[in-house]
Design a protein around this ligand. Structure first.
Ligand code: SF4
Ligand code: SF4
Length: 196
């Protein structure tokens, strides 16, 4: 091609682009839905009676390549129970200044306490506010759940508790209980026992 046509060729690219469909979204007024398995911010899940799934084992923190998770576990007692089993996560923090949303922490969690939502709106204007605490990460109580501490309501033994808890979680209408998101349809859980 003669040299003088190079600039015409360049304008041709611009001209073609002008007639293509525009992908610009007027964010934040308009938001495109993410892919269903998009890795957004984390959440700490509960059993259907409201007890926390986190057992404070710190495996998520050890798995994290960015050293973004801080966990302090503590013992449940007969009078003060936050999770089924011996231990619960007393302190839980995720530092979103470090987190690269890789999901390795979710893979490491033995109880499915930690999952990820599709929420990507994590920007803020202070460092402190990007360190999310347990209170921010734990899912709100759904109908039928009870604020811990309280005794295990899903069965007399741990075996019963986990069997019934898994069954109830699987019967959830939104996503089979694998990732109980905060929004969406909810149902009343047939929880055994009442408020403590
Ligand atoms: S998503 Fe990745 S970087 Fe973020 S806390 Fe989990 S393991 Fe760490
Ligand atoms: S979120 Fe899971 S891996 Fe992390 S401390 Fe809790 S139970 Fe352990």
């Amino acid at each position: 091609m003669p040299e003088f046509l190079n600039s015409v060729k360049g304008f041709g690219v611009t001209f073609r682009q002008m007639f293509k469909k525009v992908d610009t979204v007027q964010y934040p007024e308009e938001k495109n839905p993410t892919a269903p398995r998009y890795h957004g911010r984390h959440q700490l899940n509960r059993w259907p009676d409201g007890l926390e799934k986190c057992i404070g084992c710190e495996l998520c923190a050890w798995a994290c390549p960015a050293d973004a998770i801080y966990v302090e576990g503590a013992d449940n007692t007969a009078d003060e129970r936050y999770s089924p089993g011996e231990r619960y996560g007393r302190v839980y923090q995720i530092n979103y200044l470090r987190c690269i949303l890789c999901g390795l922490c979710v893979e490491a969690c033995p109880t499915r306490a930690l999952t990820m939502t599709n929420d990507y709106e994590l920007a803020d204007d202070s460092r402190e506010s990007l360190i999310w605490t347990k209170e921010q990460l734990v899912v709100p109580l759904l109908p039928g759940m009870e604020q811990p501490p309280h005794p295990m309501r899903l069965g007399e033994t741990e075996e019963d508790y986990y069997a019934l808890g898994a069954k109830l979680a699987d019967s959830r209408p939104d996503d089979g209980g694998r990732n109980p998101v905060q929004e969406g349809p909810v149902q009343d859980w047939p929880v055994q026992g009442g408020s403590s």
